[in-house]
Design a protein around this ligand. Structure first.
Ligand code: AMP
Ligand code: ZN
Ligand code: FE
Ligand code: FE
Length: 274
C-alpha cells in the first residue's frame, strides 16, 4: 500500500487540475492520495469524482496557513467539512488577505522588475488561493528568473525586502476549529527551516493538547536528523507519524509518493475522524 497524504492542484499553487493530480497519483502507482490545497476546499469534489471513476482511494484534505506568535505554521486537516461555517469563514478571511498581500508584493517587486498585477492574475488563472508561486510564475514568464525556485531564492524569500506577510489564523485556534468539526489536523513539515523560523517542541506539545492528531515526519524539507527528532516527538506525544510528497505538479521537484504514510498511520487518522 502506497499512501501520499499531501498534494496541491492549481486550486492553489500546484500546476495541474484536481482531477489530473488524482490521475497522476494513479499513474505513479499510489493506492491512496489526499488533495490538500492551500486554504481552499474548491478542488475536493472534482478530485473525489475522478478518484471514484478510476478506482483510487481518495482522502479529502486541506493545508491551512496558520501562525504561532509570528512564526508561519502549515496545518493539514483531513476530511474537512466544506459547509462548516467556522471553517468556511476562517478560509475566506485568509484567501482575501492573500489577495491584498499579493497586490502589495507585486507593487514592491514591480518597482524594480518587469512585473504587473495583470501578469500575476493571468498566472493565477483558476486558482482559488493566490500565493507567491503565482508571482514567481509571472517573473519567470517575464524572463527575470529561470524557475520558481530561483524566484523564491531571491525576491520572494521570506527574508527579502519585497516580502509581505498576510493574515493567517492562530494555529491553536485552527486545530480546535478542525477537531470540533470532526476533521483530523496534522502538522505539515514541522522542521522545514529552509522557509523561515520553525516552532519549538514546547509549541508542538501545546498543539497536541489543543487536539493535534499527527505530525508529518517524512518530508523532503526534513533532514535525517530532523526526521529522527520528529519521530521521537510523535512517539512521546502519541501523535500519528505521517510522510508525504507535498507534490506541486511542475511547480516543484517533489514527486508523488517520494515519501509515504503507513497503512497503520492512515487507519489511526481515520479512527479519529468525527
Ligand atoms: P505563500 O503561501 O504565498 O506564502 O507561498 C508559499 C508557498 O510557496 C508554499 O506553500 C510552497 O509550496 C511554495 N514554495 C515555497 N518555496 C518554494 C520554492 N523554492 N519553489 C517553489 N515553490 C515554493
Ligand atoms: Zn504550496
Ligand atoms: Fe506547506
Ligand atoms: Fe504543501
Amino acid at each position: 500500500m502506497r499512501i501520499d497524504l499531501h498534494t496541491h492542484s492549481y486550486v492553489s499553487d500546484g500546476t495541474q487540475s484536481p482531477s489530473d493530480v488524482i490521475r497522476a497519483a494513479d499513474v505513479a502507482g499510489l493506492d491512496v492520495v489526499a488533495l490538500t490545497d492551500h486554504d481552499s476546499m474548491a478542488g475536493l469534489e472534482d478530485a473525489a469524482e475522478t478518484a471514484a471513476a478510476i478506482g483510487i482511494n481518495f482522502v479529502p484534505g486541506i493545508e491551512v496557513s496558520c501562525t504561532h506568535h509570528g512564526i508561519s505554521v502549515h496545518l493539514l486537516a483531513y476530511w474537512p467539512d466544506p459547509s462548516h461555517p467556522d471553517i468556511v469563514s476562517m478560509l475566506e478571511r485568509t484567501r482575501a488577505a492573500r489577495i491584498d498581500r499579493a497586490r502589495e508584493m507585486v507593487a514592491l517587486v514591480g518597482a524594480d522588475y518587469p512585473l504587473t498585477w495583470d501578469a500575476v492574475a493571468e498566472h493565477s488563472g483558476d486558482a482559488d488561493t493566490i500565493g507567491r508561486p503565482h508571482i514567481a510564475d509571472a517573473l519567470v514568464a517575464a524572463g527575470v528568473f529561470a524557475t520558481r525556485d530561483d524566484a523564491f531564492n531571491e525576491v520572494l524569500a521570506g527574508n527579502s525586502a519585497y516580502y509581505v506577510p498576510h493574515y493567517a489564523p492562530p494555529v491553536l485556534d485552527a486545530i480546535r476549529t478542525f477537531r470540533n468539526s470532526g476533521a483530523v489536523p496534522v502538522f505539515a513539515h514541522p522542521g522545514a527551516d529552509g522557509r523561515g523560523r520553525v516552532v519549538s517542541t514546547e509549541v508542538i506539545t501545546s498543539m497536541a493538547r489543543a487536539g493535534l492528531v499527527g505530525i508529518e515526519v517524512e518530508h523532503r524539507d526534513h533532514s535525517e536528523v530532523q526526521r529522527g527528532r520528529l519521530a521521537r516527538i510523535a512517539e512521546r506525544l502519541d501523535l500519528v507519524h505521517t510522510g508525504a510528497s507535498d507534490y506541486h505538479g511542475a511547480g516543484k521537484l517533489n514527486q508523488l509518493g517520494e515519501n509515504v504514510t503507513s497503512p497503520a498511520a492512515l487507519e489511526a487518522l481515520q479512527a479519529l475522524r468525527g
